[in-house]
Design a protein around this ligand. Structure first.
Ligand code: C2E
Ligand code: CA
Ligand code: CA
Length: 566
């Protein structure tokens, strides 16, 4: 099988043609004219032609056929081709000096003529392409083939080409592989786009080598995403990953690591695009796990995808039927001896009628990925403000509350209007609403996010940088970022007992915050020891199970009432 696969030359992407002419000079001339675009096979007479065709019927894109030949002439060849199913799909262009043969040839199934002697190569090639085009998927010829920067196939062409390849190799097992560079956006940001481009070109160079060596099909899909379509069993993907790492070893001291998702023996009954989606899904499972460079698509991923699709489909109904509720978790100021309730964080809960309670850790990232988060967040904030409005009416006191804001929310043009509307409707202050924006939001599209957040802040909203320490904001950047409060990522606190490196890190963050004049909240605080340590390093605010789990609104109201009685 692999032998025939080599004949459909996936290295060059050239189609295979058969040139049939009893005169050597004609064969050579046509071969020469077409060598850039095609890989040619040759036959000296009709019988030889039929033999070659039978052997290569799957792979032949076109036959150039002389009429007058010994043994078996062109007319007989056409008659036979017409009657044999596997040959009847191969287009024929007749080579003739006798224009009178036209009708008979058309009747026998020829598509076009080339008149001998062959004098205008461009015309010959154009006619050949036109004929092939009529027989093949048009898109593969019409789309531009290559990605300008790397010279690899571009996305469209790659998919059309892979489909075509499948058509010619229906019983060959194939793997779909996706490749990404970890934190590519950071490379761009730290070293500049030009260097980022060079990294991509350098990776493409490796892939071109791989293509030469193995006959796989490679492509740059977009940005730092590359796809490989390879015959199964040919490559060891861990080795490929290692090779790429060493390929970058001496590359300008830039640390480059790729991540790959592999869908082995891809199911050919589903669209080629979806086969590669599965490779990407596998790759997504190791996005934050740099120790594992390769992940394989498997049943578990498949199940999860089905589960996720279900959640995505149901989210609208769930909003309409009130399945989302809000829990509140208190934040305490611990500067004085007695902790004082300072504010609360609003956290969404999804109570699903069949699936029970679903963690926001599951559905929030999903909605973020699919662009649906904005709608849910607006819906949540509305509920939060309504509840707060009620509390304010009942107690006369407005407790500051933070809500979580996804990166996508910040792109909404009516963000401020919407916040204002729900605040004023419920008689609430801008200054008592904290917006928790995760640190990684700032690293992904820094300039834009910093601008939006700056505006929110200058309009009077308070900004809290969530999960601080997980993103990669540099000190420099921090000074420019408009933030009121740093919220230390939970992992710092939770690893506290395990080593004193964590202690040092927390002290460092406290120093930075002090220097920048920001308050610090520690979250995920569960024990008295943690509280004592955090107090001792000057952390003002604490949130966590130590004080309380997130509580449903009514319970939280009672909790607050009890505090004030004490
Ligand atoms: P987050 O903003 O970092 O929220 C803190 C998470 O830690 C919450 O999980 C909270 O219940 C949990 N937690 C609080 N104290 C402790 C503790 O002492 N120990 C431990 N182990 N965990 C603690 P939750 O509620 O499951 O939320 C998960 C994430 O989902 C949140 O992380 C936030 O990123 C996102 N999220 C929650 N609600 C919303 C929302 O309304 N909108 C958006 N966009 N995201 C939300
Ligand atoms: Ca948060
Ligand atoms: Ca957090």
């Amino acid at each position: 099988m692999l032998k025939s696969h080599e004949k459909f030359n996936s290295k060059t992407g050239k189609r295979q043609i058969l040139i049939v002419d009893d005169e050597k000079v004609n064969r050579e001339l046509l071969g020469f004219i077409t060598q850039d675009e095609f890989d040619a096979l040759y036959a000296e007479n009709g019988q030889e032609a039929l033999d070659i065709m039978k052997e290569n019927s799957e792979f032949l894109s076109l036959v150039l056929l002389d009429l007058k030949m010994p043994v078996l002439d062109g007319f007989e060849v056409m008659k036979t081709m017409k009657s044999v199913e596997e040959l009847s799909r191969i287009p024929i262009i007749v080579l003739t000096s006798d224009e009178g043969a036209e009708v008979e040839c058309l009747r026998l199934g020829a598509s076009d003529f080339i008149i001998k002697p062959f004098n205008v190569p461009e015309v010959i090639k154009a006619r050949m392409m036109k004929t092939i085009e009529l027989y093949e998927d048009r898109t593969i010829i019409q789309s531009t083939e290559r990605d300008d920067m790397t010279g690899l196939f571009n996305k469209d062409y790659f998919f059309r080409y892979a489909e075509q390849f499948d058509r010619f190799h229906s019983d060959m097992d194939m793997d779909a592989i996706s490749l990404d560079i970890n934190h590519f956006h950071l490379i761009n940001e730290l070293y500049g786009r030009r260097t980022g481009d060079d990294v991509l070109i350098h990776l493409a160079d490796y892939l071109k080598d791989l293509r030469e060596k193995t006959n796989c099909i490679v492509s740059r899909i977009e940005a730092d995403k590359f796809y490989i379509y390879a015959p199964s069993g040919l490559l060891d993907y861990e080795t490929v990953s290692d090779e790429i790492n060493s390929h970058f070893e001496d590359f300008r001291d830039i640390y480059v690591r790729v991540r790959s998702g592999v869908y082995l023996d891809a199911d050919k009954t589903i669209d080629i695009e979806r086969r590669f989606d599965r490779a990407v899904q596998a790759s997504n499972t190791i996005k934050e796990n740099y120790a594992q460079p390769v992940a394989y698509y498997d049943a578990a991923i498949h199940e999860r995808k089905i589960f996720e699709d279900r959640l995505l489909n149901e989210v609208d109904d769930a909003m309409a039927s009130g399945q989302f509720s809000i829990s509140f978790q208190p934040k305490f100021n611990v500067e004085a001896d007695e902790p004082v309730l300072a504010s609360a964080e609003a956290l969404v809960r999804w109570q699903h009628p069949q699936l029970g309670q679903i963690s926001p850790g599951i559905f929030i990232p999903l909605l973020e990925k699919n662009g649906l988060i904005q709608k849910l967040d607006f819906h949540i904030w509305e509920q939060v403000m309504e509840i707060r409005g009620r509390w304010k009416k009942e107690t006369g006191y407005e407790l500051p509350v933070s809500v979580n804001v996804s990166r996508m929310d910040l792109y909404s043009p009516n963000l401020i209007d919407h916040l204002d509307e729900i605040l004023s409707k419920n008689g609430l202050d801008r200054g008592k609403l904290y917006l928790e924006i995760t640190e990684s939001a700032y690293t992904e599209d820094a300039a834009q996010i910093v601008a939006v957040v700056g505006r929110l802040r200058s309009e009077g909203f308070k900004i809290e940088m969530d999960d601080f320490g997980t993103g990669y904001s540099s000190l420099n950047m921090l000074a420019d970022i408009p933030v009121d409060v740093l919220k230390l990522d939970m992992r710092f606190v939770q690893n506290l007992n395990s080593n004193d490196k964590q202690e040092k890190l927390i002290r460092l963050v406290m120093d930075i915050a002090k220097y920048l004049g920001m308050a610090v909240v520690a979250e995920g605080v569960e024990t008295g020891d943690q509280v004592e340590f955090l107090k001792s390093v000057g952390c003002q605010l604490i949130q966590g199970y130590y004080f309380s789990k997130p509580l449903p609104a009514e319970e939280f109201a009672k909790y607050v009432e009890k505090l004030s009685v004490k």
